[in-house]
Design a protein around this ligand. Structure first.
Ligand code: NAD
Ligand code: ZN
Length: 389
């Protein structure tokens, strides 16, 4: 089959690789019908995530048709049309039982590697390096999925792939980002970053009762889309963001601030396990994390900072004095996708959310290297690419 593989920093290629096989009786094979590139994939391409190995298949936002199931799979059937949440849940551990599926204790077969490199182990994640289990990703024609009964989520009749694909990640991520803002009716929410996550964060903030959303980015087409969703916007290249945010909120600052940026896209070093220390040093020596610092400094006293943006390694230049003395609350994490699926599927079916509106590019799997380039550099007005394998 064809698959998108990581061949080093800033090197993404389409290659012919062996078809996936059932390895455990709880596995299922999915024929991928739609897959997308995520801002988190850019961190892999940029070399911020240690333990990528040459030839690893990328992709954690994918859906398709079940073509084979293992002998212990009961609920999922061949022919089912499913979406595949990016964090893998075993369904049985303490974390899964408490709805914290991105922290599952049993789906990451390499917890010691994760603890050694990043200080903690979360759930397994498809196509996201060996510290999250080394699972092959879904930017491919077929994918092996694990704990199928606990993870594969049936798509109801009458919905297109594009309507439901983002349930695998960025729609729940924007929603959890907004939920973590602890929005009270009428609140002002600021969202740093108008990529796919920030845009779904804006839609979700309004759904959860925000009175106003102020969105910050530098790309005109992304700011334009934020305005179409009802946000007021600031361009951080031309506006004094802190001053404007204060002026717009009676001198106080927003009630909550979302960092939907994370590690900023940037060309890195050679990558791989051996480079983990260098990567960490690079992050420490750089002036990061801009967006998280900005979120803490911009938020009103006693407010909430929500961080769906992904960080890795040790990025410690956080203004902890302001954070503590302003009495802020911070909530963050990889998204517990499973717990939002019924709710958000309902919003899609009722038309409260139209996830397709953020798609700017529809390309073939063969065009993935180009798709990565335009998504990374925000060229050609790219906001979100969907690949058809
Ligand atoms: P993206 O790269 O398309 O969007 C990021 C946006 O932030 C860009 O538009 C960029 O111009 C803007 N930006 C950069 N620096 C900024 C700054 N200082 N102030 C304001 N805006 C700034 O990526 P995306 O797909 O929207 O993902 C955003 C983040 O969310 C990434 O870090 C990604 O890894 C993370 N993410 C997290 C989860 C999760 O489970 N928590 C899931 C998916 C994605
Ligand atoms: Zn993602």
């Amino acid at each position: 089959m064809k698959a998108v593989v990581w061949q080093g920093i800033n090197r993404v290629q389409v290659e012919t690789v062996p078809d996936p096989e059932i390895l455990q009786p709880t596995d299922a094979i999915v024929r991928v019908t739609a897959t997308a590139i995520c801002g988190s994939d850019l961190h892999l391409v940029d070399g911020y995530v240690p333990s990528m190995v040459h030839g690893d298949i990328l992709g954690h936002e994918f859906m398709g048709e079940v073509v084979e199931v293992g002998s212990e799979v009961r609920k999922v059937k061949v022919g089912d049309r499913v979406i595949v949440p990016f964090p893998i849940a075993c369904g049985k551990c303490w974390y899964c039982q408490h709805g914290l599926t991105s922290l599952c204790d049993n789906s990451n077969p390499n917890p010691k590697l994760a603890e050694a490199l990043w200080g903690y182990a979360g759930s397994g994640i498809y196509g996201y390096s060996h510290i999250t289990g080394g699972y092959a990703g879904g930017q491919a024609q077929f994918a092996r999925t694990v704990f199928a009964d606990q993870n594969l989520y049936q798509v109801p009749e009458g919905l297109t792939d594009e309507q439901v694909l983002f349930l695998t990640d960025i729609l729940p991520t924007g929603y959890m980002g907004a939920e973590n803002c602890n929005i009270q009716p009428g609140d002002v929410v600021a969202v740093f970053g108008c990529g796919p996550v920030g845009l779904f964060g804006i839609m979700s903030a309004f759904l959860l009762g925000a009175g106003r959303v102020i969105a910050i980015d530098r790309f005109p087409e992304r700011l334009e889309m934020a305005r179409q969703l009802g946000a007021e916007t600031l361009n951080y290249e031309t506006d004094s963001v802190f001053e404007r945010l204060k002026e717009m909120t009676g001198g106080r600052g927003p009630d909550s601030v979302m960092d939907a940026v994370g590690l900023e896209s940037h060309a890195g070093g050679p990558g791989g396990v051996a480079d983990a220390v260098k990567q960490t040093t690079r992050v420490l020596e750089s002036d990061r994390p801009h967006a998280l610092r900005a979120a803490i400094m911009a938020c009103r006293k006693g407010g909430t900072v929500s961080v769906p943006g992904v960080y890795g390694g040790l990025a410690d230049k956080i203004p902890v004095g302001a954070f503590m003395n302003k009495g802020l609350t911070m909530k963050t994490g990889q998204t517990h996708v499973h717990r939002y699926l019924d709710l958000l599927m309902g919003h899609i079916q009722r038309g409260d959310i139209d996830p397709t509106q953020i798609i700017t590019h529809r390309l073939s799997l063969d065009e993935a290297p180009h798709a990565y380039q335009i998504f990374k550099h925000k060229h050609e007005g790219c906001i979100k690419c969907v690949l058809d394998p």
